[in-house]
Design a protein around this ligand. Structure first.
Ligand SMILES: C[C@](O)(CO)[C@H](O)COP(=O)(O)OP(=O)(O)OC[C@H]1O[C@@H](n2ccc(N)nc2=O)[C@H](O)[C@@H]1O
Ligand SMILES: Nc1ncnc2c1ncn2[C@@H]1O[C@H](COP(=O)(O)OP(=O)(O)OP(=O)(O)O)[C@@H](O)[C@H]1O
Length: 285
């Protein structure tokens, strides 16, 4: 029986700016997103019966239609009239509800994988459009790499990757709802907007120091005020000597960029005193 495999890497936002709240309830954003080498793995196999079946080694995620990978399979199947079934096994490595787009990346990997399994011949663009129907981060996760994202996150422009470095991820044990964070943001009261042109220039020049200096996320104001433990982790990361620190997405995961391998172990060990879930990964370049 035919099987396909897809990797679903986690994303981080090097920059997240909100321009305004839109009439449809979403926020107009400008973001620079990239991937790190912490990834879920999806295995997709044809089923003899016309059914979507999901399994995972992770005990704490939904395996029914609430799962974004299930929703992606159902969407592509219905849209292209596929009368075949699929068994999807999800090997979950990305922490859940972390601000790392784990569910979105699984959905994107399901779209890419099922396009191959069912030989639908869809372009990346078509898969991105399908993904946008399920969530704002999914088009970027379909495309991968590094990109500027505009609109509600679905308008993408690919750019060159940021300088290679270590990325330390720390996820405090709290659940943050993306809808709540956007809901609490007062878009017209944002005082300091991070600069997209400055970050683009830093990436173009392959300047690690300038990338670190240009990091910015306007959603931090909401999440850090509400959850002091996220602010504390940011401060601990800075104190331990990370070169640049930022909250990813709506949080609660904080990432630190580090250029020297010799510093990484000390930062990891220092953070483990404050936070159980700490990961050391590489920027995907
Ligand atoms: C925070 C980020 O993860 C940064 O990459 C994204 O902006 C959010 O992406 P996402 O989780 O895929 O978001 P969605 O599932 O589309 O939307 C969840 C909720 O977040 C809010 N939302 C999301 C995206 C956006 N541009 N404006 C919003 O206001 C909406 O209330 C929406 O109901
Ligand atoms: N494939 C999936 N993996 C993990 N969680 C999923 C998945 N599908 C649906 N969910 C549900 O979605 C919620 C958010 O999970 P997810 O890990 O995608 O959040 P996130 O990383 O904060 O996403 P984002 O950064 O896009 O806001 C979880 O509470 C979980 O119940």
């Amino acid at each position: 029986m035919t099987k396909v495999y897809e990797k679903a890497p986690a994303k981080i936002n090097l920059l997240l700016d909100v321009l305004r709240k839109r009439d449809d309830g979403y926020h107009e954003v400008e973001m620079i997103m990239t991937m790190v080498d912490l990834a879920d793995r999806l295995e997709m196999e044809e089923l003899p019966r016309d059914q979507i079946v999901l399994s995972s080694q992770a005990g704490f995620i939904p395996l029914d239609e609430k799962n974004l990978a299930f929703q992606a399979a159902r969407l592509i199947k219905e849209r292209y009239g596929v009368r075949k079934g699929v068994y999807i096994h999800l090997d979950k490595q990305i922490p859940v509800a972390a601000g790392l787009a784990g569910g979105s990346s699984d959905a994107a990997a399901a779209l890419r994988g099922l396009n191959r399994l069912w030989e639908l011949g869809l372009s990346v663009r078509e898969l991105e459009e399908l993904g946008a129907e399920l969530g704002s981060d999914i088009p970027f996760c379909v495309r991968g790499g590094t990109a500027v994202a505009r609109g509600r996150g679905e308008q993408l422009e690919s750019i060159s990757p940021p300088p290679a470095c270590w990325v330390v991820l720390a996820k405090p044990p709290i659940n943050v709802s993306t809808a709540d964070v956007y809901g609490k943001l007062r878009a017209n009261e944002i005082r300091e907007h991070p600069s997209i042109p400055r970050m683009l220039e830093a990436i173009r020049n392959d300047s690690f120091a300038d990338v670190c200096a240009g990091l910015g996320n306007v959603l931090e104001s909401v999440t850090l005020d509400r959850y002091p433990e996220v602010r504390q982790i940011k401060e601990v990361m800075k104190r331990l000597g990370t070169d640049g620190v930022l909250m990813s997405g709506s949080g609660p995961t904080v990432f630190g960029l580090v250029s020297k391998e010799s510093k990484v172990a000390r930062i990891y060990n220092g953070l483990r005193g404050f936070c159980k879930e700490v990961y050391v990964v590489r920027m995907l370049t």
